[in-house]
Structure formats: structure tokens, C-alpha cells
Design a protein around this ligand. Structure first.
Ligand SMILES: [Zn+2]
Ligand SMILES: [Zn+2]
Ligand SMILES: [Zn+2]
Length: 211
């Protein structure tokens, strides 16, 4: 892990050299489930299919999380967790940091298994948001290197869609704004700032389970 203390936050310089790819290939690479029970001879990824043109097929759908997209999210989660871990012993609120690390862990382990990450608390929602944010940069910088062994898809790296498809709402935004800041023209993820600014009531809200 290569991290650098920049004034006002930590700038993460590099991702892990590889990501565990055990479950990543379970994510779909194509939209078409051909042969499709609804569309019949739907093929070429639903090209020229009337039902799919009107989004009328429940079996065919453009994938949002492909193996390579999942790998980038995973690498982002692992990198951000590593950054957060450095705070565990220096922070005045180790319990808060520990819970946040657990939330990252829930999201990254889902991806490792080839499951769509489903946030079950505002903290997990925040972590997933930060992973999407970081993965967007990461895919430009190291996407080809990290994902060399994973299948390609026409739908790789459409991270902007994920804010809508993976996050249930935007209640985490106020917390995200405290973490993601621009410092000297560089994006930094300032977990220390978050740790200092969240009240104990805010902390309860963050970690309370949705169900
Ligand atoms: Zn289709
Ligand atoms: Zn179709
Ligand atoms: Zn279909």
C-alpha cells in the first residue's frame, strides 16, 4: 500500500497489485440471456430485438456490475480500507474506525464472492459510494493492469450509473462530503476529518441497520 500524508488528508497513490478474482467472473459481461425465454431469438446482445428496445424483457438487461467493474470497486475498497486502518491506532475514536472498516469489509467481501453489494446501513452505503468514487479514478490509472485476467465487457467501467443502481438513496452524501475533498488540486479521502466531525448521534445513524 502506498499512501502519502498530504496536508488535510490522505492521498492514496496506488492500489494493490492484484485483486482476488475468485468470484468476480460470476458477474455478467453481456446484456442478453440468449436463448431468452421471452425474446426468443434475441442475440448479438439484444441488437434489433423489439422487446429489448422497449426494456420489456425481464431476462435481458444491460449489466451495471461487470467482472472488471467489480474488480475496480474491490480494489478501491481494499485500498481505502488500508488507508483507514492506519487511523485505527492513531485515532481518538478507534471504535468508530473499526465499525467503518467492518462496513468496507461487508461491501468488498460481497464483490469477492461475485455478489452485488447491497448496503444494509448508511455506513455501508457511504463506503460503497466512496468505492465508486475512487474506482472511477483507479480504472483510468491501473484498470488494464489489474484486470488483465478478467473477461472484457462492452459495459465495463460505467461507474456513474452505479450511484443510481447500487445506492438506495443519497442520505450518505453529507458524510461523503466530509471525506472526499480536493486539496492542492488533488482528490483526498479524509477519514480523519470524518472521524472528528461525526457526533455520537451521527455515528448511531450511520451504523444502525436498515432492517
Ligand atoms: Zn437479449
Ligand atoms: Zn431481447
Ligand atoms: Zn430477453
Amino acid at each position: 500500500m502506498n499512501v502519502e500524508q498530504a496536508p488535510g488528508g490522505t492521498r492514496i497513490l496506488s492500489a494493490p497489485e492484484s485483486v482476488p478474482d475468485s468470484g468476480l467472473t460470476r458477474f455478467p459481461t453481456v446484456a442478453c440471456s440468449a436463448p431468452c425465454p421471452v425474446c426468443g431469438d434475441c442475440r448479438d446482445d439484444c441488437a434489433e430485438c423489439v422487446a429489448c428496445a422497449y426494456d420489456a424483457c425481464p431476462h435481458c438487461a444491460v449489466p451495471d456490475v461487470t467482472p472488471r467493474t467489480a474488480a475496480m470497486l474491490l480494489a478501491a475498497g481494499v485500498t481505502l480500507s488500508g488507508d483507514l486502518e492506519t487511523l485505527l491506532f492513531s485515532s481518538g475514536r478507534p471504535v468508530f474506525v473499526h465499525h467503518l472498516l467492518r462496513a468496507f469489509g461487508m461491501m468488498t467481501s460481497a464483490l469477492e464472492h461475485g455478489w452485488r453489494p447491497v448496503p444494509r446501513s448508511l455506513a455501508e452505503q457511504l463506503c460503497l459510494h466512496l468505492m465508486i468514487r475512487y474506482a472511477t479514478d483507479l480504472s483510468c490509472e491501473v484498470g488494464e493492469i489489474l484486470c488483465a485476467n478478467l473477461p472484457r465487457s462492452d459495459y465495463d467501467y460505467y461507474f456513474d450509473r452505479l450511484y443510481d443502481t447500487l445506492l438506495p438513496d443519497d442520505r450518505h452524501e453529507t458524510f461523503a462530503e466530509r471525506v472526499v475533498r480536493v486539496c492542492d488540486g488533488q482528490r483526498v479521502f479524509d477519514f480523519d476529518g470524518l472521524t472528528h466531525s461525526v457526533s455520537s448521534a451521527g455515528s448511531d445513524t450511520l451504523f444502525r441497520s436498515f432492517r
